[in-house]
Design a protein around this ligand. Structure first.
Ligand code: NOJ
Length: 745
């Protein structure tokens, strides 16, 4: 994890770089926008410049797997008021001890703010966010964030660095695992659900923590999918596809924002006034505080837009970064920059106000220890209720990609050969960004099958995830001989996705494809379970497997959730939140592409295509099978010719024509046929997840408003344009039911 590296960095910073740590220059405060509440203003008046700068400073603790430690450097920073917030600081005893220093040993007794990356669970680990997104179940996603917030807050945390809402179209990028995938609309709805879950009934409640929307902005568009890389896109593209999820999260109440590492239009986001001031504060009226990403301020020197750390601090503060994560640049240079007139006291005060306001709102001035509650921790952490929620979300996140011959579900008396490097593994199941989770709390696939009552399960590991040793294949083939079905659990290592984990080859690592080919020679039906943090190139796997379950990293309840699906106790209902490519050369491949002047025609050379690969992905966005089948009726519309501004009422009947009760995600896409700028061939505008009993049917209604038909027009005004639209409704981005409608001016 990155914070292990931070141990060395912060050691350096703490030992070498504290020139201002004990300065107590009292500077008169000026009242300035944003007008804080009276308590904030009163406190601000008492603060020295150094104490103010301390509130703008965030350090990581050097928490390690063996437990927390507090070095003298930290204690001194807290005591001198040089640091107002800490991250990777959690558990009741640790946060109480840190807070005690702030409250009992500092002049102004300003409580510390404790943050942590609680991305998909604190101790009870839920599926990775990309996996949860595959559930398209906003209630389940909100619940997951709620449980995470309850657990985290009981451990003394006030703030999580989530949700990550970066739209991402490139599966090579390791951080796709943290987000909601490629689509803006789905991303917005999931961003809102996560914020609602994280902040619960509101900041100030002991079970609610501050959300931090990240990474603002467009971090998911790193060129080539290489982490930390440059982003280059038009403002139209930025506003249309990348910004809406951040805005949705802020509109849902998220109180903090993290600036991203990348540059946008030649300026690092951390120093980008257009993003942080013009859009975030002026257009969106964001009132919370902005934190940099880890050493993001210092990195502006490497970006080459400032000559040194001091200038980096000035650029960041002027742009609107209130809190410096880990660079210690505000700590080291802000006073000097102020003396030189490079920044103003008002800029410092405004940043301090924003941070103090949230500390007040959290209730930390009334009770600084209110979140560090051992009794609540003991009752909450990994409770049966939380585990049940994790199992529920996990089973909803699984996507059935293929089921030739209806090999799944498997009856309980099936003789199973359970094979593969992840078949009884526990440590990888919590995936990357796994909070304080532990593999030892996980239910493995092997355990899950046993608990579900599969009594004839023989096991062979066959190979490791990523090495090249095939000597275990023989034993696996032996086990396969005696089985009815082979259940083969394959995937990436958890650390192959996440931060700084981009891959140029997105096939299964090591010899896993070879293993599958060897097993195919047994002639037995093969069910592949995949565990991975990104869309993979499955072009070989689809040929060798009969059934494929995409299981991402499902977290603590992995084995139970998979057994629910394998047995048919739960009929899979997940749908892909990102397209799965046919090959790495197709990337980026996404459903809402533009037509171009020469739309793809497989039979015509002179169209937009590759000469050696088709344009369509292996599995499209929105795709996922069920053990049952659904049939869509014709789209009905009350007002196919409608006046601009009038809602369009649409209906479709969906029939369950298979042998099981099932859930379907009914997806509605539009196409603006002619507009002042080119429009995507399809855009998701609505979806509903419904349960239909076997043989039953349901009529689903959608109402599209003017906002759904709106986009950034030629003049960059957001609005709709009269003309023809096509509506598509179905079970994936390839939905085939179509209706033409027309908007009149
Ligand atoms: C860097 C990551 O980019 C960010 O997502 C995370 O919140 C911080 N490190 C803190 O761990």
């Amino acid at each position: 994890m990155f914070y292990k590296f931070s141990f060395f960095l912060i050691f350096f910073l703490c030992t070498c770089v504290q020139p201002m740590a004990h300065a107590q220059t009292r500077v008169p405060s000026q009242k300035s926008a944003p007008a804080g509440n009276s308590k904030v203003e009163a406190l601000l008046k008492k603060m020295t410049l150094q104490e103010k700068i301390g509130q703008l400073t965030l350090y990581t603790t050097d928490w390690e797997s063996t437990g927390p430690t507090i070095r003298d450097g930290y204690k001194n920073d807290i005591r001198s008021g040089a640091c107002g917030a800490l991250f990777n600081s959690h558990t009741v005893p640790f946060t109480r001890e840190l807070q005690r220093i702030a409250i009992e040993e500092t002049r102004l007794k300003i409580p510390l703010l404790f943050g942590y990356d609680v991305i998909h669970g604190y101790k009870t680990i839920f599926p990775i966010p990309l996996g949860e997104a595959a559930s398209w179940d906003l209630t389940a996603i909100e619940k997951s964030a709620r449980v995470a917030a309850k657990e985290a807050s009981s451990a003394g945390l006030h703030w999580t660095f989530a949700p990550m809402v970066d739209v991402a179209r490139d599966p090579r990028w390791g951080r796709v695992m943290e987000g909601a995938g490629e689509d803006t609309y789905l991303g917005c709805r999931i961003a809102e659900a996560r914020v609602r879950g994280i902040q619960g009934k509101g900041i100030g409640n002991t079970d609610a923590v501050l959300a931090c929307v990240k990474h603002y902005a467009a971090y998911g568009a790193a060129i080539g999918g290489r982490d930390y890389n440059t982003v280059d896109m038009s403002e139209r593209f930025l506003r249309e596809y990348y910004l809406p999820p951040y805005k949705a999260a802020i509109d849902a109440g998220a109180r903090t924002v993290m600036a991203s590492f990348n540059d946008y239009d030649g300026v690092p986001a951390t120093g980008n006034k257009f993003l942080l001031d013009q859009i975030l504060r002026k257009e969106w009226k964001f009132k919370g505080f902005v934190v940099s990403d880890y050493t993001g301020i210092a990195e502006m020197v490497n970006h080459g837009v400032v000559a040194n750390d001091k200038e980096a601090g000035e650029l960041a503060l002027q742009a609107g970064v209130d809190m410096d994560m880990q660079s210690a640049i505000y700590q080291r240079f802000t006073a000097q920059s102020l003396r030189e007139g490079k920044i103003s006291l008002q800029q410092i005060d405004d940043a301090v106000r924003r941070i103090l306001s949230l500390k007040f709102e959290l209730g930390l001035f009334d009770d600084p220890y209110k979140f560090s509650d051992q009794a609540r921790y003991d009752a909450t952490i990994l409770s049966a209720e939380n585990r049940a929620a994790a199992r529920d979300v996990a089973k909803r996140s699984i996507v059935l990609l293929q089921n030739k011959g209806n090999v799944l579900p498997l009856s309980k008396n099936t003789k199973i050969a359970l094979i593969g490097p992840l078949a009884e593994n526990k440590s990888e199941l919590i995936g990357n960004w796994c909070g304080a989770g532990s593999g030892s709390d996980c239910v493995s696939v092997r355990e899950g099958l046993q608990l579900a009552g599969y009594n004839q399960v023989a096991f062979a590991k066959a190979c490791e995830i990523a090495d090249h040793d095939e000597s275990g294949f023989k034993a696996a083939l032996e086990v396969a001989q005696h089985a009815d079905v082979l259940v083969v659990v394959l995937g990436e290592r958890a650390d192959m996705s996440g931060e700084a984990a981009s891959r140029s080859n997105i096939k299964l690592p090591g010899v896993q494809e070879n293993l599958l080919k060897a097993l195919k020679s047994s002639g037995k039906p093969i069910v592949v379970i995949l565990m991975n943090g990104r869309p993979l190139d499955l072009s070989e796997i689809v040929n060798d497997a009969d059934a494929i379950l995409e299981a991402w990293w499902l977290g603590t309840e992995t084995g139970n959730a998979l057994a629910d699906v394998i047995s048919g106790a739960y009929n899979p209902s997940g749908k892909l939140p990102m397209s799965f490519p046919k090959s790495v050369g197709q990337i980026p491949v996404y459903y809402n592409y533009k037509s171009t002047g020469r739309p793809y025609d497989p039979n015509s050379k002179w169209t937009s295509k590759y000469i050696d690969e088709q344009n369509n992905p292996l599995f499209p966005f929105g795709f996922g099978l069920s053990y049952t089948t659904f049939e869509y009726g014709e789209i009905q519309c009350d007002n196919p010719v409608f006046k601009k501004g009038t809602p369009v009422q649409l209906r479709v009947n969906v029939r369950n024509t298979g042998k099981y009760d099932g859930e379907e995600v009914v997806q509605l896409y539009i196409r603006d046929v002619t507009a002042s700028v080119t429009r995507p061939v399809r855009e998701l505008k609505a979806f509903k997840k419904i349960k239909i009993p076997q043989g039953g049917n349901e009529t689903i209604s959608f109402s599209l408003t003017d906002a759904d038909f709106s986009f950034y027009k030629k003049n960059m005004q957001f609005g709709s344009e009269a003309g023809k639209f096509e509506i598509y409704i179905g079970g994936s981005a390839l939905a085939s039911r179509k209706l033409s409608i027309e908007m009149k001016p």
